[in-house]
Design a protein around this ligand. Structure first.
Ligand code: SF4
Length: 337
């Protein structure tokens, strides 16, 4: 194609392809530098127990490409922020960054990890997590995530730390929320229990609990190296459906339907409660603002499709409203005896 014939769309497509290739290139480079991608490391301690059991048992991955290749944009952005921030933070605190550690757990290789920042004068492990704004809000209310608790607890065990610090950073604004906890006996026990549980499960990883909801419904499953081993040969990253594989007989399907009905009813109840508490908190012309530990505001009003007017407009012009076929809704009711 000559230069004159190119369109803006074509140039844009070339840029899109290049961005995709650039992220894939970064993935390839990072994975090549990682020594033991499919072994158990500190970051796996608090994630799905079955994945941790597969890793510890050295189970052959069924889907290594999901881990070794792909764009992994959010993860790379997190890495870029770490590279920029950690040296400066280590300098400001008087610590060292990206410290390799190895926890002797009784296994031949131990559990390796690289902690973000070691602050020796306080014997503190500082771990930076880059997140989106809504996660920062969740940390403010509920504290650190369990997965991060176990990961940083593992570093603290290996390093014999006194303090652990989780520093959550909003990728878009730079705002931070930190959680600090003394690494006392209770916390130590909690981490050791998790490690012992994984060691036990690794004896028969196929029986370890699946802590995630499967392909298409879980980010972790979609990037898991044991996806098909776990959910069956039909499992595809990003597509739900393979979940049916775990309901092997009528009682299992019955149990799944009962779970569905229970969560549907809970969802309905929570919707009503949400509407009630919204009215209590924001009704009666109350002004948005900060109330104790909470604040609220409304986003700018937007525009939705005015279905009624659209239908009338089409009818007035004698044109049929375009429709698309949709799957029927799932209805679950108690079976008649
Ligand atoms: S596919 Fe999902 S549930 Fe199975 S081991 Fe991996 S993360 Fe766990």
């Amino acid at each position: 194609m000559s230069e004159e014939q190119e369109t803006a769309d074509e140039i844009g497509q070339l840029v899109d392809d290049a961005v995709k290739a650039a992220f894939e290139h970064v993935t390839n480079e990072l994975q090549a530098a990682r020594p033991d991608v499919f072994g158990l490391s500190m970051s796996g301690l608090g994630r799905c127990r079955r994945a941790a059991a597969y890793a510890l048992a050295r189970t052959e991955p069924s889907d290594p490409d999901l881990v070794l290749h792909g764009e992994k944009r959010a993860a790379h952005l997190g890495t870029a922020v770490h590279r920029m921030l950690l040296p400066a933070l280590a300098h400001a605190l008087g610590g060292t960054h990206e410290v390799p550690v190895l926890l002797a757990d009784g296994s031949v290789s131990g559990i390796p990890g690289i902690l973000d920042l070691w602050w020796p004068s306080k014997r503190a492990v500082v771990d930076v997590k880059t997140v989106r704004e809504y996660k920062l809000d969740r940390v403010l209310v509920h504290g650190e995530e369990y997965e991060h608790r176990m990961q940083v607890g593992g570093y603290a065990l290996a390093q014999d730390a006194r303090w652990v610090v989780w520093l959550y950073l909003d990728r878009s604004s730079g705002q931070t929320v930190r959680v600090v906890e003394e690494f006392g006996p209770e916390f130590r026990r909690e981490v050791w229990h998790r490690i012992w549980e994984i060691q036990k499960l690794a004896e028969t990883p196929e029986y370890a609990p699946r802590d995630e909801r499967g392909p298409g419904l879980s980010y972790q499953c979609d990037g898991c190296g044991w996806l098909r081993r776990c959910w069956g040969s039909t499992a595809r990253s990003g597509e739900s459906g393979a979940q049916a594989h775990i309901a092997v007989d009528e009682p299992a399907v019955e149990a799944a339907l009962a779970q569905y009905a229970m969560h549907r009813d809970e969802e309905g109840r929570h919707k009503k409660l949400k509407a009630f508490w919204r009215a209590v908190a924001t009704g009666g012309g109350r002004k948005p603002g900060t109330y104790g530990r909470w604040r609220y505001h409304f986003t700018k009003p937007g525009y939705g499709l005015d279905q009624k007017t659209i239908r009338k407009d089409y009818a007035d012009r004698g044109v049929e409203v375009p429709v698309k076929e949709e799957a029927g809704r799932l209805m679950v009711r108690p079976a008649k005896k």
